[in-house]
Design a protein around this ligand. Structure first.
Ligand SMILES: C[S@@+](CC[C@H](N)C(=O)[O-])C[C@H]1O[C@@H](n2cnc3c(N)ncnc32)[C@H](O)[C@@H]1O
Length: 252
């Protein structure tokens, strides 16, 4: 499974120059923008004295953006291509308090109780390892994909990340697992929102750069994409329903 993740993200990094979609879309957030809320929470628990870890840092853009809030940040990822981009961005931005290194999230190359704060922004969340390397009273923050994310799209494609698990609450599962590893969950919220892609080309471009379908093939999936675009057509484009969860937990 990790090998396929590594290959997928290496491919994305090579193709689009980092972890981002160049596709155009507009977003509508009826109950708040989860990315903004994650950032707010991260800033709230940050401190210039703290050492932080970003698990699954990808091209490091986010890691670098928040680096000044911490004394030192380590960014780890399994994709060498992503890390190469991260180091390039770091050099361009002349940021010296970040170390990017290749590592598996499940085997973190750090001693016990090393970090004051750990975060995962749509990256892996191996709670046993996180629990090992975080200090007592340290904070763990995560933004992750909810069970209803892209449900309509996955139903038409008949596959995809978390396919068919629409009724298994990711938030509840995560709370249960975090508590089992000695954390107290201090913030948890589900966010449901829409992205509107102006046309099928932009949705196609987006699907090539995200792991919703790691095997997405614009030729083989042409008909699926056409059916979806017809069914979810709205006045200003094609609607994609998203679901994110933001969690903050304190290590007891
Ligand atoms: C969705 S991207 C994360 C994006 C990034 N955190 C950001 O804020 O833009 C997921 C990242 O996790 C990495 N990843 C996946 N499985 C991993 C593992 N087992 N160990 C370390 N990194 C992993 C992938 O290579 C990829 O770069």
């Amino acid at each position: 499974m990790h090998i396929s993740d590594q290959k997928f993200y290496d491919k994305v990094a090579k193709k689009v120059g980092g972890y981002k979609s160049e596709a155009i879309h507009k977003s509508h957030f009826p109950n708040g923008n989860p990315e903004e809320i994650f950032l707010e929470q991260l800033v709230k628990y940050s401190d210039k004295d703290k050492t932080a870890l970003d698990i699954g840092c990808a091209d490091g853009r986010f890691t670098l953006k928040v680096a000044e809030k911490f004394h030192k940040t380590f960014g780890i990822d399994i994709s060498s291509e992503m890390l190469a981009r991260a180091k390039q961005f770091q050099e361009e931005q002349k940021i010296s308090n970040v170390t990017f290194q290749k590592a598996e999230a499940e085997k973190l190359p750090f001693q016990d109780k090393y970090f004051d704060l750990i975060y995962s922004r749509r990256g892996p969340s191996p709670y046993t390892e996180i629990s090992r390397v975080i200090k007592p009273i340290g904070y763990y923050l995560e933004i992750c994909i909810g069970e209803k994310d892209g449900k309509g799209l996955k139903e038409i494609f008949g596959r995809g990340q978390g396919f068919g698990e629409w009724d298994i609450s990711v938030a509840k599962t995560k709370i249960y697992n975090l508590v089992a590893k000695g954390f107290k969950v201090v913030f948890v919220h589900d966010y449901f929102y829409s992205e509107i892609y102006p046309d099928i080309e932009n949705l196609n471009l987006f699907l090539q750069s995200v792991p919703i379908f790691k095997d997405f093939d614009q030729e083989k999936d042409k008909e699926n994409l056409r059916s979806y675009s017809e069914k979810f057509s709205v006045s200003n484009g094609i609607e994609l329903k998203r679901h994110r969860i933001v969690i903050v937990a304190e290590k007891l």
